[in-house]
Design a binder for this molecule. Structure first.
Ligand code: RB5
Length: 145
């Protein structure tokens, strides 16, 4: 399965760790940067990563910035993207089951690497439940105008 990952400088280290984790789990990972710790603007990274998801070139994606806040706000401006900022396994599981989130955001300065890998695993292992949750997602999509 194809997935995309990206970060700004604040999330670079965790992004590298999660990219390796995803590859070890057998995912085909496209890394849209950044590629070192030089300062970049997180909306630019969010835009690149989200484009791969909305065009179908990636099934879903992971974004990392310092807090996860800026990059998730940016991602959620893109039509068709449902980005969940996650800091625990329960939320990651539920955002797949109920929101069918297609982008996860992490705070590289907030969440440690082992916890982040467990959070990612919880998302990967969960299934979208559809039904009434699809109706609610349709209402979110209608808000995009
Ligand atoms: C960059 O210093 C920092 O502002 C960014 O990574 C992120 O935390 C913004 O929300």
């Amino acid at each position: 399965m194809k997935v995309v990952i990206g970060s700004d400088h604040g999330g670079f280290e965790l992004k590298q760790i999660l990219a390796t984790h995803l590859k070890e789990k057998g995912f085909d990972v496209t890394d849209v940067g950044c590629y070192d710790t030089n300062s970049v603007d997180y909306p630019d990274i969010a835009e690149k990563a989200c484009k791969l998801v909305t065009t179908g070139e990636a099934c879903w994606g992971v974004l990392v910035c310092g807090t996860g806040i800026g990059i998730s706000i940016a991602a959620n401006k893109v039509s068709g993207i449902r980005c969940a900022l996650v800091s625990n396994e329960y939320s990651a599981e539920m955002t797949k089951r109920h929101n069918n989130a297609n982008m996860l955001a992490f705070g590289g300065r907030v969440t440690g690497p082992d916890l982040a890998k467990n959070i990612l695993n919880a998302y990967i292992n969960a299934e979208f439940e559809g039904g009434r949750h699809q109706n609610r997602i349709d209402k979110i999509t209608a808000l995009e105008g």
